[in-house]
Design a binder for this molecule. Structure first.
Ligand SMILES: Nc1ncnc2c1ncn2[C@@H]1O[C@H](COP(=O)(O)OP(=O)(O)O)[C@@H](O)[C@H]1O
Ligand SMILES: [Mg+2]
Length: 510
C-alpha cells in the first residue's frame, strides 16, 4: 500500500539546533534479518523524542547501536557534531550517552546512593570512595530529578518504580547528555508512570536529549515533543505529536488502514439477542444487572476498578456464578452454575489474566488452540480429530499467530500472540457470545489491531461480543454501545452516536 504518512517528511529538513546524537542511515543485519534499514533520526537537547513502532521494528537495535552495544553494518553515528563508524560502550558513556534498559542494571545489594554515585567514581578512576562524597552526588542527582527516593535503602528492596528512578538518577550523576529509555513503563502502575513522566520532563528541561521508546500511543501523546515511527527497520514518519491522531499513528506503525474497523449498519435488531441478562445478582458484588448483546453487536462494559464489571463477566462465564437472575442465549433460557454450563450454552470467556487463567503455558501452541477440553467442544474433538486439527491450523493462520511451530510452548510467544491463541481457542468452538476482559492489555499495537479486527469480523457473522476494558480509545473505536457499571449495577449506556472518550470518561467517573 501507499505509505500512509507520505505527506510527512522523514528526518526533518530543519533541525532547530545541532542534535546531541544522530543516526545517519544506520543499517544493521543480524544474519538474514535486517533489523535496521538505513534509519536516520536525530535527538536534540531539551526534547523528548519518542520512538514508536510494533515489536520487532528495530527500536532497541537503534538504541543499542547509538550506545555502543552493537556496531552497525553500515551508516554512521553522530555525537556532538563528530561522526563515528561505531562506538565502544565505554566511549559512548564518556560521550554522555546513557541507556536505561528494562532490568536497569543496578546492583541490588548496594544502597540507592551507592548505585547512583559509583559510576561517576569509576569514570574518574578513583579507588577510595568517601561515604560523604557518595551521598552528596546521589542527593544532588535526586534533587535534580525532583523525586523522593530513600537513598539508604538497598536497591533490591525498592519498588520497581523507585529502581527506575534510581537508574535515571545514576544517569544524571554521570553528566548524561543523551538518555535513552527502552519501554520504561512496562511494569509500572498509572501513578508510577506519572512520577516517571515528571522526572523525564525535568531532565528535558535541564537540557538532556531524551529518546523514549514506547509502543503505547497514550504515552507517546502525553510525553513526546517529537515522535518518530519505525516500521520494518525504517523510520517511516517523524513529526510533532499534534500532527497525529491515534489512528494515523496506528496506521503508520502497522502500515494498515484502521478504517477497516469502521462499523456498518447493525443487522441484529430483528433477531433475539445473543445474550440477554435480567436481574442478575450476587451480593455484595452486583445486583439488578440487566443487559443485552445483540447477535453481531459489540458491547463494551466500562467502569472503575471494583465497580463489579469483572464479577458480572465471571458470573456469565460460570467462574463465580450469580445467585439469582435470568440469562438467555439467543432467546433460550440457560442456568449457569459452572464454566461447563456457560460453554455448553455458547458463552466463551477470555479472562483478564490470560497467563494464569486461560492457557497451558508449557503445552504446545497447537494443543492450546485445541485444548478446550470441556463440554460440547470436547465431544467435537474426540469424534473429528482431523477437522479439529484443520480448524486449529486455520485459526492460527487467520489470527496471524507468529510462531515457529505449533509444537512450541506458549511461553515462547509474545503477549499479543498468546492472546490470539486464547481467542482462537474459543472461536474454534463457535460460541454465540464471547466475553473478553481486557482483550488487548499488554499486547503490541499490531496485535491489538488484528485482535479487534478479528472480533469485528466475527461479529459480522453473528457473534455477540462483550468487551470489558479500561482502554477508552479502544472502546470508542470498537464498540457499538458501552454500558457503564458502578457499585455493582449497570447505571448508564453510551450509544454509538455519542461515543467519544470524553463522554465515556464522564459517564464512568460520574
Ligand atoms: N541480537 C540479535 N540477534 C538476532 N536478531 C536480533 C537481535 N536483536 C534483534 N534482532 C532482530 O531484529 C529485529 C528488531 O529487533 P528489536 O530492535 O529488538 O525490535 P524492537 O525493539 O522494536 O521490538 C527483530 O526481528 C529481532 O528479532
Ligand atoms: Mg525492544
Amino acid at each position: 500500500m501507499a505509505d500512509v504518512m507520505a505527506g510527512t517528511t522523514a528526518g526533518t529538513a530543519s533541525e532547530p539546533t545541532a542534535p546531541v546524537v544522530a543516526a545517519r542511515s544506520l543499517t544493521k543485519a543480524f544474519g538474514g534479518v535486517l533489523a535496521l534499514d538505513a534509519a536516520s533520526t536525530a535527538f536534540s537537547a531539551g526534547e523528548v523524542h519518542c520512538l514508536a513502532g510494533e515489536n520487532g521494528c528495530g527500536k532497541s537495535t537503534l538504541i543499542k547501536i547509538l550506545s555502543g552495544v552493537h556496531p552497525p553494518t553500515s551508516g554512521t553515528i553522530e555525537v556532538g557534531g563528530s561522526s563515528y563508524g561505531h562506538l565502544a560502550p565505554r566511549q559512548a558513556l564518556d560521550l554522555g550517552i546513557e541507556v536505561i534498559y528494562q532490568d536497569f542494571s543496578l546492583l541490588p545489594n548496594l544502597t540507592a546512593a551507592e548505585n547512583i554515585a559509583l559510576p561517576s567514581f569509576l569514570t574518574h578512576r578513583r579507588r577510595f570512595v568517601a561515604r560523604a562524597a557518595v551521598d552528596a552526588i546521589a542527593e544532588q542527582a535526586v534533587a535534580r530529578l525532583g523525586v523522593d527516593l530513600d537513598l539508604r535503602t538497598p536497591v533490591g528492596d525498592l519498588t520497581v518504580a523507585d529502581r527506575q528512578l534510581c537508574a535515571i538518577a545514576r544517569a544524571l550523576a554521570h553528566d548524561t547528555r543523551f538518555l535513552a529509555m527502552d519501554e520504561p513503563t512496562t511494569t509500572l502502575t498509572w501513578r508510577e508512570v506519572d512520577a516517571l513522566f515528571d522526572a523525564v520532563r525535568r531532565l528535558r528541561d535541564d537540557g538532556v536529549a531524551i529518546a523514549f521508546i514506547s509502543h503505547k500511543l497514550q504515552e507517546v501523546f502525553s510525553i513526546a515533543d517529537r515522535v518518530s515511527i519505525m516500521r520494518n527497520g525504517r523510520i517511516v514518519a517523524t513529526g510533532r505529536p499534534e500532527e497525529y491522531t491515534h489512528s494515523s499513528l496506528t496506521e503508520s506503525m502497522t502500515g494498515r488502514a484502521t478504517s477497516a474497523l469502521a462499523r456498518e449498519t447493525p443487522t441484529w435488531r430483528d433477531k433475539p439477542p445473543a445474550l440477554e441478562v435480567r436481574g442478575l445478582e450476587r451480593l455484595p458484588l452486583f445486583t439488578g444487572v440487566d443487559l443485552a448483546v445483540g447477535q453481531g453487536e459489540i458491547v463494551g462494559l466500562a467502569g472503575l476498578l471494583g465497580s463489579g464489571r469483572t464479577e458480572i463477566a465471571e458470573a456469565l462465564a460460570g467462574v463465580l456464578p450469580a445467585t439469582s437472575g435470568t440469562v438467555l442465549v439467543r432467546g433460550r433460557p440457560t442456568r449457569i452454575r459452572t464454566v461447563t454450563d456457560a460453554v455448553e450454552a455458547g458463552i466463551g470467556y477470555v479472562p483478564e489474566d490470560r497467563l494464569t487463567q486461560g492457557l497451558f503455558l508449557d503445552q504446545p501452541i497447537g494443543d492450546n488452540v485445541l485444548a478446550t477440553g470441556i463440554g460440547s467442544f470436547a465431544r467435537f474433538s474426540v469424534t473429528r480429530p482431523q477437522r479439529m486439527a484443520r480448524a486449529a491450523a486455520g485459526i492460527v493462520h487467520s489470527l496471524r499467530i507468529k510462531a515457529a511451530s505449533l509444537q512450541d510452548s506458549i511461553r515462547t510467544l509474545s503477549g499479543g500472540n498468546a492472546q490470539r491463541v486464547l481467542i482462537g481457542k474459543w472461536l474454534i468452538g463457535r460460541p454465540k457470545v464471547l466475553i473478553l476482559n481486557g482483550p488487548t492489555v499488554g499486547v503490541d499495537v499490531g496485535s491489538k489491531f488484528d485482535i479487534l479486527s478479528l472480533l469485528h469480523a466475527e461479529s459480522l457473522k453473528g457473534l455477540g461480543v462483550l468487551i470489558i476494558s479500561d482502554d477508552l480509545p479502544e472502546l470508542v473505536s470498537t464498540c457499538d454501545r458501552v454500558l457503564v457499571v458502578r457499585n455493582g449495577r449497570v447505571v448508564s449506556e453510551v450509544d454509538r452516536r455519542d461515543l467519544t472518550e470524553k463522554a465515556l470518561l464522564e459517564a464512568v467517573a460520574a
